[in-house]
Design a protein. Structure first.
Length: 153
């Protein structure tokens, strides 16, 4: 492990250890986030950075489709994890599409994935899922996909 990576990992550990309530100490939280970002940048390989860029449009579109399907709203109002079949039924979408969208959202941290007691996979809301139900957030995402040329036709 390079010296920079070790130093960043130690800095993160030190901030976390020396701050009793990191989530509510905004200065410590900001320092921890900054150190974490620096650590990720030190660990990422160039091909990983390029891949993130290449797939960012698809990831953004996945969020937009989830909004249009009301997937965030359905998960956020459910009191338990939902199977792909349940989500498909509630969102009026095909199961295959729901699975692809939900798995991408899991990878992005927008939704969580779990197993039910019978072993079947299921998806559940996170704090990010609930944030995505706000009309202002949804409007912001929709704005990313507005064709600005359509206003000049």
């Amino acid at each position: 492990m390079s010296a920079n990576i070790s130093a960043l990992a130690e800095q993160i550990h030190s901030i976390h250890t020396n701050t009793p309530d990191v989530e509510h100490d905004q200065n410590a939280r900001a320092a921890l986030l900054q150190s974490a970002c620096e650590l990720v940048a030190a660990l990422e390989q160039p091909d990983e950075i390029v891949s993130l860029l290449a797939f960012s449009g698809g990831r953004n579109m996945c969020v937009r489709v989830a909004i249009d399907m009301k997937l965030f709203d359905v998960l956020a109002t459910s009191d338990r994890p939902m199977t792909a079949e349940q989500l498909a039924s509630e969102c009026h979408a095909e199961r295959g599409l729901v699975v692809r969208i939900a798995r991408t959202l899991v990878g992005m941290g927008f939704v969580s994935q779990t197993r039910l007691s019978d072993g079947e996979g299921a998806f559940a809301a996170t704090s990010v899922t609930r944030q995505m139900t706000k009309s202002s957030v949804q409007a912001g995402v929709r704005f990313l996909f507005v064709s600005h040329d359509s206003h000049h036709r």
